[in-house]
Structure formats: structure tokens, C-alpha cells
Design a protein. Structure first.
Length: 269
């Protein structure tokens, strides 16, 4: 009986707002015998699960500690402000931070934009979570500035959002412990980077092996056919090129001497 603990698997953590469905589908097509387990975590928990080995890789929001983790930036999100549908801000398609100067801008404790103080007026206290802040927006207590994917995640019929063109933005990246770049991590890197299944930039351990096999084939070619192909050329230079038609003993110099000796008329005395 096979121990399921010995079966290979890949554990991928991801933060709210990130949708890994496309990459998970490609993984299932390419590695059907290796299950991929998803683990949703808060932005604060993302690097902790990697350190503890609870996940092999994670889709995180930058920054991460680059002395410990490797990271491949994937995309940058648009920042939006979430407001009630009847809010005056909805009259414009895009706004600036200056347009929020007179608004109460909520700043949840799990904020992912990284600013010390958002624009506008501060609320009486900071909401514990983004979800709590959304509830306050719905109660007309303030507005909330978040990445667009987070606004979509917490969608409500009575709320909408508008792009804030000059607000800080959030970068999404694939990250994993630098000292734990496994074959399965390499496989997932290839998927998120859009490599095809036949890409030559596959697993790190497969590339040297393929190169070595190619080198063996290349080394074998000159031994079997290279010398035989060169021999006729050398023979042609010795037998045909020099003796019969070459410039050293051929007709150009010989013909010239015959013309000089036999074609010039004798002078009569």
C-alpha cells in the first residue's frame, strides 16, 4: 500500500484579491498526477507560511524580504476608491488623491498599499480588517482606497468604485524561500511565465542532462563521418588540382613559353 505522505504535491498560498484559477487549470493539465493544494492567507500571513514550510510558494503582495525569499513580479494592480453608489465621486470615471481631501478615508489595519497616512480626514479609529471597512463605507461613514481586485472581492450592490490615478499601487508576485527552489516550484514558475509544455527552459535539473546528451551526439559525428568527407578534397588537390590543371604546372605558364619560342619570326640579315 502506497503511503500518501510520500506522494508529490504542490501547496500554493495566495492573498485576497489574487485569482490563481488560470494557473491551477494549466497545472492540472500538465501535471495531472501531482495535486495542487490552494491555501488562502492574509497578506501578513503569506511569508509566515513560506517560512514554516506550510506552502511551497505563494502569490503575495510586494515587498518581501529578498534576503530570504525569491520573487517574480507578475503584475501591478490599479488602485480604486470604494464609495456608495450615490456618492458625488461617481460623477467622474477617474479621480486624484486631491479629490479625497474632504473625505473620511478609512485605513484598516490590514491595509496593503503601504502608506503611513492616507489622504483626506482620518476616521476616529482604524477598522480591524478591510471587510470591516467595507461595512463602514456602506454605512456612509467614510470611503476606502484599495487595489481593484480587493474592491471586486468585497463587491456589494450598494457600493461602487472609481480609479485613483495617483495613488500608490500594489504589485503581485510569485514568491518562495530562496533555499527551497524545488522541481515543482520550477514547474509553477514556468506556468506563470507562460512557457509552453515543450519549452527548453524547464526544470533546472533537466537542462544539464539534455545538454549533455546533445554534446555526446555532437562529439560522435566527427568520428564517424567527418574524416571521410575531408579525404576526397585533399586527394583532389594532390592529383587533379596541381598536376593536371593547377597554376603551378598548368597551361598558363607553359603555354606562354611555347608561344615565345615558336611564334616569333626570325630576322633576316
Amino acid at each position: 500500500m502506497t503511503d500518501s505522505a510520500d506522494s508529490p504535491s504542490f501547496r500554493l498560498a495566495y492573498v485576497p484579491g489574487v485569482t490563481p484559477a488560470k494557473w491551477v487549470r494549466i497545472w492540472a493539465e500538465r501535471l495531472p498526477d501531482t495535486p495542487l493544494t490552494l491555501l488562502q492567507v492574509t497578506p501578513a500571513e503569506a511569508t509566515d507560511v513560506l517560512r514554516e514550510g506550510a506552502a511551497d510558494a505563494a502569490l503575495v503582495r510586494l515587498p518581501v524580504d529578498r534576503t530570504v525569499f525569491s520573487a517574480i513580479p507578475l503584475y501591478t494592480e490599479t488602485t480604486v476608491v470604494v464609495v456608495p453608489k450615490d456618492h458625488v465621486i461617481t460623477a467622474a470615471e477617474e479621480i486624484t488623491l486631491e479629490d479625497l481631501a474632504d473625505e473620511v478615508v478609512l485605513h484598516p489595519l490590514d491595509d496593503v498599499l503601504g502608506w503611513e497616512k492616507p489622504p483626506g480626514e482620518a476616521a476616529f479609529e482604524r477598522p480591524a480588517t478591510t471587510e470591516d471597512a467595507i461595512e463602514l463605507v456602506a454605512a456612509n461613514i467614510g470611503v476606502l482606497v484599495v487595489p481593484q481586485s480587493v474592491a471586486r472581492l468585497h463587491h456589494r450592490r450598494d457600493l461602487t468604485y472609481r480609479t485613483v490615478v495617483d495613488a500608490p499601487r500594489s504589485d503581485i508576485a510569485l514568491s518562495w524561500p530562496e533555499d527551497a527552489t524545488t522541481d515543482l516550484v520550477e514547474d509553477f514558475i514556468g506556468i506563470v511565465r507562460g512557457r509552453t509544455v515543450n519549452s527548453t527552459r524547464g526544470r533546472a535539473q533537466q537542462a544539464p542532462a539534455a545538454a549533455e546528451r546533445k554534446g555526446e551526439r555532437e562529439r560522435g559525428k566527427p568520428q564517424s563521418g567527418g574524416a571521410a568527407r575531408k579525404s576526397p578534397a585533399r586527394g583532389a588537390q594532390k592529383s587533379g588540382g596541381t598536376k593536371s590543371g593547377g597554376t603551378k604546372s598548368g597551361g598558363a605558364k607553359g603555354g606562354g613559353r611555347r608561344g615565345t619560342g615558336g611564334g616569333k619570326p626570325r630576322r633576316r640579315s
